[in-house]
Design a protein around this ligand. Structure first.
Ligand SMILES: [Zn+2]
Length: 157
């Protein structure tokens, strides 16, 4: 075996799996697999025991990995809700970091947690047509920059 692979790669798309097999293949609890079956994981429901197509399992795993990152243009990922959320009052604040992009700040419309998101200048233009985008003063002191910025050390010299 050649080292560690991402779990999705272990799934063979041309075979089918029982709940037990999926659990041991991915090193998760059987209860977890059953929970997936109640949400976005498809199975062959006229079969007993329940059979899950490898292709469906792979699609599900790929989707889960991506859904952590991908939100619609008007959404940010809320760390409290653990889900993409719309900005409260349809308002976001844009902090330009470079000429080509920056950070968005918005409040979750469900729990009011502050959400952050990287956005490109092009993405910002799309956003302006959907939401109210406010841009704070350009001369923001470094200490007030959003904590998600990891490039601060480049600007201090
Ligand atoms: Zn929230």
């Amino acid at each position: 075996m050649a080292g560690k692979r991402r779990t999705g790669r272990r799934v063979k798309i041309h075979r089918s799996y029982t709940v037990d097999e999926v659990a041991s293949l991915l090193s998760v609890a059987k209860g977890t697999v059953r929970r997936w079956l109640k949400t976005d994981l498809y199975c062959l429901d006229d079969q007993r025991p329940t059979l899950i197509l490898g292709q469906d399992l792979k699609t599900f795993l790929d989707g889960r990995r991506k859904s952590k990152q991908i939100c619609r243009p008007e959404e940010c990922f809320c760390m409290s809700c653990k889900a993409p959320r719309n900005a409260a009052f349809g308002e976001v604040e844009y902090n330009p970091m470079t000429a080509s992009g920056g950070n968005l700040r918005a409040l979750c419309n469900v729990c009011s947690t502050v959400m952050h998101k990287r956005i490109s200048a092009g993405g910002l233009e799309v956003l302006r047509s959907i939401l109210t985008v406010t841009v704070p003063q350009v001369e923001t002191p470094i200490s007030k920059r959003t904590p998600t910025c990891t490039n601060d050390h480049l600007k201090r010299s």
